[in-house]
Design a protein around this ligand. Structure first.
Ligand code: DGL
Length: 264
């Protein structure tokens, strides 16, 4: 039976946790939402790497078998440095999404949307150059989507108008779009309507969970839990994380622990 560590800047990674729980029904999860430092999406690589390193240290003290970086911004900004020094197996969000997009696209014209830091890091473009060089990638930063989702405006007119504005450069240009941020699957219906039926959406949360499962699906030779068990931690305001978990991703949450990260 595996023990999986999952972390994100805050609440968004719960979309990834939910996908993982669907794939690993008999598994112990420890989820850390770094709500004290949210959002990561407009911070520098140095700062986000520092936060991620402390969270990974904590997860390693909990003896996790593997760590899922359930945050596109941390995958883009911190994973390249962390993979050189962290011994625990780690999974990130970018490669699985690009591979799925490459498998789905017919025109080879793929879009990716994400936070400002994810897009300006060029991480998707760099990875695509190595992994899926056949793709022509168009990247667009959508910084207002995260606060709109966190305010619960999942089908609000403001979210539709913002989508029209952000997605205009992609209209008629792509046949596949990577939702390169934890929050975007929650507004996938509006994004899909704005872009039209001809565009397929790739949820990085879903394909990353599938990639973790493809690698770890051989069960350890230990008794299995009857159902998955989740310990939730937040570095600030645990009640807010609990509320989002119940309201937006429908996780039956009893308690969220407050975590003080030592090195910060
Ligand atoms: N979790 C972040 C991501 O997937 C979005 C929220 C933030 O900016 O911290 O990019």
């Amino acid at each position: 039976m595996y023990k999986l560590g999952v972390f994100d800047s805050g609440v968004g990674g719960l979309t990834v946790l939910k996908e993982l729980m669907g794939k690993f029904p008999h598994t112990e999860f420890i989820y850390v939402g770094d709500t004290a430092h949210l959002p990561y999406g407009n911070k520098s690589a140095q700062v986000v790497t520092g936060y991620a390193r402390e969270i990974i240290r904590f997860l390693e003290t909990q003896n996790v078998d593997a760590i899922v970086i359930a945050c596109n911004t941390a995958s883009a900004l911190a994973y390249p440095a962390l993979k050189k020094s962290v011994e625990t197996p780690m999974f990130e969000m970018i490669e699985p999404a690009l591979l799925r997009a490459a498998a789905l696209t017919k025109t080879k014209n793929v879009g990716v949307i994400g936070t400002r830091s994810t897009i300006s890091s060029g991480a998707y473009a760099l990875t695509a150059k190595k992994l899926t060089p056949q793709l022509t990638l168009t990247s667009v930063a959508c910084p207002l989507f995260v606060p709109l989702v966190e305010e619960g405006m999942l089908s609000h007119a403001i979210t539709r108008a913002t989508s029209e504005l952000y997605l205009a450069p992609l209209k008629g240009k792509i046949d596949t779009l990577i939702l390169g941020c934890t929050h975007y699957p929650l507004i996938a219906p509006i994004i899909g309507q704005v872009l039209g039926k001809g565009v397929q959406l790739v949820s990085s949360a879903q394909v990353a969970a599938e990639a973790v499962h493809a690698t770890l699906s051989r069960p350890k030779l230990e008794p299995m839990l009857k159902s998955s068990h989740v310990e939730l931690y937040a570095t600030d305001d645990p009640l807010r994380l609990a509320d989002f978990a119940r309201r937006a991703v429908h996780l039956p949450v009893r308690e969220v622990h407050l975590l003080h990260l030592k090195g910060l």
